[in-house]
Design a protein around this ligand. Structure first.
Ligand code: COA
Length: 404
């Protein structure tokens, strides 16, 4: 909200009716509690710790529907019946191919860039070969949304292969997005329990109301820019450590703590020391806290269970056990609870996903939510253009260079 509501007087003094005196300025730092959009896609009850996708409780969806069903729900408004799911799967399978332009970009230095920087460029490049690139019409947007959801895991797998000098295994038509991604990243046919766990992760991360990256996508789409531009903006926002980048930082923290353990009996003490040292010096612990939830993040409930289960299955309990102890200590010291990124870190690690691909994996899932929000924004658009509170110099005159 500008204080420059009236021009400066000829003498250069404060303007008559200066806004500071005449207007109430209500500033919501970080837009906290501001309702920035109306949406039918997802809803959060932060006090009760509930999350809904199009009216379905995440506790009901998690483990009960595949990521493909979930993406259909977000894009097309409802869970698919058998025939719709078959058709949607076929559309995804057809749409997963990368175009010639993206393939060409992959041969450049992009494969030597860190993952989220490379993928931000690659997602943008996808528009060059998209047959619907020039249109924001509902049918074109629906097709683009399906293609982007299908292409995102392919992009991550191909990028990973290029940077490691390996080849990407062919997709297995018998596997869905979750299974094929694990196959292409690890080079091994994944265990069904791992596929089920990863599929559940994709469902849990798919949408989350006006999170920073979705808001970025909607702001971009609301200028009537196209879907690829909007999701490129979202990729940039997701990359930050306060948003999607947190899951990677959690794993780095767990690995750092683990390196300091030379005697098993000291593990918990080292975890405690790490937490207290951070909190005593006002540093944040990644994977904790949330703008909206005042109680447990419902996604963390499922990810904690999955981490515990994968710890048993892999026979490597230390990552889950350290996470559980760290959670306890953070709660004791600062009453903060884990968010979606905390247990996602150990889950992805157990699934054999390299740590620096954790945020790209978040993007694979969230692509379904971003694209659903672009569809919704374009369907009932108004430019998103908030105001700002001016905190700078009062109105003043420009002096000639010789007098400054
Ligand atoms: N570790 C330590 N303290 C934390 C914290 C964390 N992870 N998250 C919040 N806090 C503290 C802040 O230091 C602040 O304390 P103060 O009031 O004593 O100064 C208070 O809680 C409010 O935090 P703030 O950063 O203002 O809240 P926010 O709503 O702006 O931010 C997050 C929400 C998610 C950005 C924040 O909790 C955070 O940075 N978490 C770590 C990053 C992360 O996990 N991001 C993924 C989110 S899904």
């Amino acid at each position: 909200m500008s204080q420059h509501s009236a021009p400066p007087t000829p003498e250069g003094g404060p303007a008559v009716g200066h806004a500071a005196a005449s207007r109430d300025v209500v500033s919501h730092r970080g837009l906290a509690d501001v309702v920035a959009a109306s949406t039918a896609i997802s809803d959060i009850d932060g006090r009760a710790g509930l999350l809904f996708y199009r009216g379905y409780d995440i506790h009901d969806l998690s483990g009960a529907v595949s990521f493909e069903e979930c993406a259909h729900l977000l894009h097309r408004g409802d869970l698919p019946d058998r025939e719709q799911l078959t058709n949607y799967r076929a559309e995804l399978a057809e749409g997963r191919r990368l175009g010639a332009t993206t393939e060409a970009v992959l041969t450049t230095g992009v494969a030597t860039q860190p993952p989220m920087e490379a993928l931000r460029t690659l997602v943008s490049a996808l528009s060059a070969d998209d047959p619907d690139t020039g249109s924001n019409a509902p049918d074109a947007n629906a097709r683009k949304a399906a293609r982007l959801v299908a292409q995102m895991p392919t992009l991550v797998a191909v990028y990973h292969a290029r940077r490691t000098g390996s080849t990407v295994p062919d997709v297995d038509p018998g596997l869905d997005i979750a299974g094929n991604f694990l196959l292409q990243i690890t080079g091994r046919r994944p265990d069904p329990a791992a596929v089920a766990a990863f599929d559940e992760c994709l469902v849990l991360h798919a949408d989350h109301t006006m999170n920073a990256s979705t808001f970025a996508a909607r702001v971009c789409a609301a200028t009537l820019s196209d879907m690829h531009s909007a999701v490129t903006a979202a990729m940039g926002a997701l990359k930050g450590p306060l948003h999607g980048g947190a899951n990677e930082q959690v794993m780095t923290m767990l690995a750092d703590i683990d390196e300091r353990v030379d005697d098993e009996s000291a593990r918990q003490r080292i975890v405690d020391e790490h937490v207290r040292a951070k909190l005593d010096t006002d540093q944040k612990i990644m994977g904790f806290g949330h703008r909206v939830y005042r109680t447990e993040d419902p996604r963390a409930t499922h990810l904690r269970r999955m981490s515990r289960r994968l710890a048993q299955l892999t026979g490597e309990p230390k990552w889950y056990e350290m996470s559980a102890h760290l959670e306890q200590t953070v709660f004791q010291v600062k009453a903060l609870r884990p968010n979606v990124d905390f247990y996602a870190a150990s889950v992805y690690h157990y699934l054999g996903i390299p740590t620096d691909l954790f945020t790209p994996v978040f993007a694979i899932s969230r692509m379904s939510g971003w694209t659903a929000h672009v569809i919704e924004q374009h369907a009932d658009n108004r430019l998103i253009r908030p105001d700002s509170e001016y905190i700078g110099q009062p109105p003043r005159r420009v002096k000639p260079l010789s007098e400054r």
